[in-house]
Design a protein around this ligand. Structure first.
Ligand code: 13P
Length: 301
């Protein structure tokens, strides 16, 4: 392991590269990263950072978003098969059909989606800004929200816009059950429960706070609770625990995104050595998708 880390450090300098890791990445990848964040932080950082190469330790749509915003940089995804089951629930063709059904609706597209779907949308959002984005769509009362039905229904409960949902979800979040949460609450009666809005409504109903991963980090720092049950992908627990060693963070067993876990140190090293595999969105799609992503960044700052 040490050998990989040393070699990665050398290659990073040689390539003028920077390593990004999403909050759900395995511990050893988070530890080697220059920057760890949620999907919004990572998108913004991709634009701002002064580097020729970004090694994106995350999943495909995240690397695509970095390429959409920073086409001049080389975006490496150490395992090109790190996909997203939620993003796979939608295609641009299916979205076009839905738009025909609702011609007077705007499309708000969660960042967990293919670039071509972003290109067909009015504005993009992440879990950190979904409500603000939906409310910012001034000229439309109706919104088609794609592809996460749980995030969409959470937003629908907080806005007076008419929201049409897409039937997509993230299995790692959607498979968390209220029974699992109740059981953990019984075992930790003083714990607070924080949940990601990709969880199903019956789980969100049990939450003390509903937060994206960056919101969870802020909450963890300021809460007076000693124990926190973490309703999201287990990788998050590593970062929460590392940054708040005096508190106890309790994971939900089985809340694992397998795609996030295919990134390994040897693949990071190899990608820096070979400058492959690269993620490149076709220019026609990239320009259109950039409009939707930049609009989100303008809204959320
Ligand atoms: P964040 O928006 O907090 O990064 O969550 C993203 C996510 O759940 C990826 O599936």
């Amino acid at each position: 392991m040490r050998e990989y880390i040393e070699h990665i450090e050398l290659l990073k300098k040689k390539r003028n590269a920077i390593i990004f890791a999403h909050n759900y990445q395995p511990p050893e990848i988070q530890d080697v990263a220059d920057f760890i964040g949620d999907s919004l932080d990572l998108s913004r950082k991709a634009m701002q950072i002064d580097a020729e190469v970004i090694v994106f330790c995350g999943v495909y749509f995240m690397a695509e978003t970095a390429n959409i915003l920073s086409p001049e940089k080389i975006i490496l995804l150490p395992d090109i098969y790190a996909g997203c089951q939620l993003a796979d629930t939608i295609t641009v063709e299916a979205l076009r059909e839905k738009k025909k059904e609702y011609p007077d609706a705007a499309v708000v597209c969660y960042v967990n989606s293919p670039a071509a779907v972003k290109a067909e949308s009015d504005v993009c959002c992440t879990s950190a800004n979904a409500l603000a984005v939906v409310n910012s769509v001034r000229d439309f009362k109706k919104i088609i929200f794609v592809p996460d039905k749980n995030l969409g229904s959470y937003v629908a409960s907080k806005t007076n816009k008419e929201i049409t949902l897409w039937d997509g979800c993230c299995p790692a979040h959607n498979d968390i059950t209220p029974e699992q949460v109740e059981k953990l609450k019984e075992g930790h009666p003083h714990a607070v429960f924080i949940a990601h809005p990709e969880c199903r409504p019956s789980v969100l109903a049990l939450a003390d706070e509903i937060l994206g991963t960056s919101g969870m980090l802020k909450f963890a720092k300021k809460t007076s609770a000693d124990e926190v049950i973490v309703g999201t992908e287990v990788g998050m627990v590593y970062r929460l625990q590392k940054e708040n060693p005096e508190k106890k963070f309790i994971e939900i067993k089985g809340a694992i995104c397998k795609d996030m876990k295919v990134i390994t140190l040897d693949k990071v090293e190899k990608s820096l050595k070979d400058l492959e595999p690269r993620v490149v969105v076709s220019e026609e799609i990239r320009v259109k998708a950039a409009r939707a992503v930049n609009k989100m960044i303008e809204i959320s700052g």
